[in-house]
Design a protein around this ligand. Sequence first.
Ligand code: ADP
Length: 545
Amino acid sequence: MAEDVESRVAAERRRRFSDALVRTVARLPVKVRTKLLVAFVGTAMLLVAVGLLGQLVLGQSNDRVASVRPLQERAVEYSRLQAAAGHLNALLGSNRGPDLDVVWPDLAPPARRGAFSLTVDLFAIDAAEGVAALTAPDQLGFSPPPADLEVLRNIEDTARRLSTKIEEELIPLYESATVSIDDQDLIDEMLPLRRDAELLASDLHTDAARLANRTRDEIDDLIARNASSFASSRALFIGVSAGTLVLALTLGFVLSWSLIGPIQRIDDSLEAIASGDFSGRVEVENRDELGALSANVNRMNGELRRLYTELEEASQHKSDFLASMSHELRTPLNAIIGFSQVLREEMVGSVNEKQSEYLDDIISSGNHLLSLINDVLDLSKIEAGQVELQVHPFSLREALERGVVMVRERATEGGVRVAFAADPEVDVVDGDERRIKQVIFNLLSNAVKFTPTGGEVDVTATRVNGEVRVSVADTGPGIAPEDRDRIFEEFQQSDTGLEQREGTGLGLALSKRFVELHGGRIWLESEVGRGSSFTFALPARSGGS
Ligand code: ADP
């Protein structure tokens, strides 16, 4: 549990740290281009630095390996010197009277020991000279270090002294021997000289061994130092490479988040603006192009908010004006129509034919004006969101039959045949009966109005995929493709509609709004010169229509 809390605290601390880094980079007052350039160049330079370091480490390792070679050569030479000194030492050591007895008890009977001993001593002279020669620099093949030089000079000097001692002091004693080498006096005389020579040979051997051992130690030491230098170089290289990698990744992370974060916030803000929400503000700390972009987005948002508010106010004023004007107009208009009908019905006295004709005109124009005012009032109410549908079940079939009856007189006058056919399952629907009747009447009266004499209007009602569809098809002039969307908007009429000089271009706009308020849709299929078919669909009642 405690570990959990600790790891969360650590994660929070890391997040805050990286946020602070991202913010710092975002606030740098340089262009995005420059930031990217710096990041790329920085990363490239880090890579170059790692490469150079690698080369340096490899070079040093190579140098160390090369530095072992001369030491090895020196060690070989000193080993030879040691071997030669050892040989000399062994020769002298083996040339004492009693030793000869041990080595050659049978081979060297007393009478011949002298000859053997002399031969060994002569070999010893050569060996000593050989040792002295081995110390010469041209024999060694390298120039020894100063500390070795002193020892080498010592060895040479001792070797020469030894050879001189044997040659000048020991050898003459053999020549002076008259009777036998076993002569006790002679042996007594030779013994101290031989001991001296042995001591010199032993010194020689010790010095040579010291040189060889010291060089071997140096090699061991160098190899150990090389191994430790290699390990530390490798650790340094791995450390620097890992550091470079972390630095490059951090650089990439910080830079990309200093760009992606603001872009996401600007995108969110634009999405909100596109969906009509102007309340937000995009907060971006960048002092680069993204900062400028977000400032522009905020400015645009503010301007759109201002325009939208103005537009809303204007639209509200327009709706208020239309509503109050329509209301004010309807009252006197109703009086005009009502009193004209009273006069026309001759309820207050007789009217002549001409007066009757004028009264009919007044009534018809009055009714037309009234329906126009009603339409405008309906539209303004819909726009202001004030229309509340009076939804209840009603018979769609009956509404359609009534609609057909209402237009039949005009159709007969115009020589247009109207037919109605409905599926048996189409009957009751849920909706605002008055509004749906308005839609039906509008479609039917348009069809009759635009269909020439001899034409036909077919009204059908079907139930398809959970909706009830009503189609009003005519054999009129049809509607051009470019007008098909437009005529569903307010005050839009096609050329045919304008020629009719009847109507205002509000009927379809209202029909569309009413159908959509019911959760339905309305559409049009048409072929110019052959006719049009307007269809609206309403959600059917579940279980029946
Ligand atoms: P109005 O009929 O009052 O002009 P509508 O909104 O009902 O207004 O119709 C808009 C326009 O659509 C009409 O002016 C006419 O140009 C066209 N229109 C509508 N119904 C038909 C139709 N059945 N045949 C041809 N054009 C039509």
